[in-house]
Design a protein around this ligand. Structure first.
Ligand SMILES: NC(=O)C1=CN([C@@H]2O[C@H](COP(=O)(O)OP(=O)(O)OC[C@H]3O[C@@H](n4cnc5c(N)ncnc54)[C@H](O)[C@@H]3O)[C@@H](O)[C@H]2O)C=CC1
Ligand SMILES: O=C(O)C1=N[C@H](C(=O)O)C[C@H](O)C1
Length: 249
């Protein structure tokens, strides 16, 4: 069997460039196209699979182009709201056989952190998420932070756990952070960082801290390469790399 032909959208960016290098280094993959802002996606350079790391407002259009062309897509761009995912799901359902994976984080450790947080969530009264990133990141909270809050919030609701306790009545500057699915999420942007997250779970007299650190974008490549090799075997829309790793509830 020949090499899988891969095109990258957002190829000039931090993640896109790292993905291009990883694809070029893999014997079973061939990099056939690099696309960035302003490029005509056309026939996607004849790719079998596209990897998409661009910006939240461009990603839905880029992915729709790939799906309409019948090309599988691995999407790492963040900002996929429920509405955007619903629109994408309808497009994918109308393109039988096409696989699309949208994953907020491709680092295996981060996927495990989210899974551990989901499992631990019903056992603690309090949960807060602190996500820390490089200051060139344009979106807040991070996709990982938002997804973790969604998983944790759903697990607490399913277990009948009430809202997180919080006596705050005066917070004119938003010091308590964003609320995502009822979970406080705090975003730090700091020069020197790459991508980091802590999930703090508190109960009477104890705290469990789950922490993941991506020190280098190499941390995402194992997941990206595994995803682009597997996506043709997963027709339809999948959200979260955990479903390709045999995890997830
Ligand atoms: N899922 C994951 O594991 C990870 C996801 N990300 C996400 O990936 C996205 C990109 O992150 P970075 O590479 O750090 O950003 P970046 O800013 O370095 O790269 C974004 C690239 O997209 C390009 N772009 C902008 N509009 C475009 C369009 N309409 N079509 C094609 N390309 C376009 C830009 O010119 C730029 O080259 C962000 O949403 C980020 O949160 C980042 C790291 C890991
Ligand atoms: O922009 C980044 O860098 C990252 N974005 C993703 C996110 O928003 O969760 C994944 C990772 O945290 C790095």
């Amino acid at each position: 069997m020949g090499a899988t032909r891969v095109a990258v959208i957002g190829a000039a960016g931090r993640m896109g460039a790292t993905v291009c290098a990883a694809v070029e280094a893999a014997d079973d993959l061939e990099l056939v196209g690099r696309f960035d802002v302003g490029d005509d996606l056309g026939d996607l350079a004849g790719a079998d699979v596209v990897v998409e790391f661009s910006v939240p407002d461009a990603s839905p259009g880029n992915v729709a182009h790939c799906v309409a062309a019948g090309v599988h897509v691995v999407v790492g761009t963040t900002g996929w709201s429920d509405d955007r995912l619903a629109t994408l799901r309808a497009r994918v359902d109308a393109a039988p056989g096409v696989g699309v994976l949208v994953a907020p984080n491709f680092a295996v450790g981060a996927v495990l952190m989210m899974e551990f947080a989901r499992r631990a969530a019903p056992f603690f009264e309090s949960v807060e998420i602190v996500e820390l990133h490089h200051p060139d990141k344009v979106d807040a909270p991070s996709g990982t932070g938002a997804r973790t809050a969604e998983l944790v919030g759903a697990a607490r609701e399913a277990a009948g756990v009430g809202p997180v306790p919080d006596a705050t009545t005066h917070d004119p500057d938003g010091a308590r952070g964003a609320r995502v699915h009822g979970i406080p999420v705090h975003s730090v942007r700091l020069r020197g960082l790459v991508a980091h997250q802590e999930v703090l779970l508190g109960g009477p007299g104890e705290m469990l801290t789950l922490r993941h650190d991506s020190f280098d974008r190499a941390s995402f490549m194992t997941g990206v390469l595994a995803a682009l090799r597997q996506v043709p075997q997963h027709p339809g829309l999948t959200v979260g790399l955990e479903h390709y790793l045999g995890l997830g509830g």
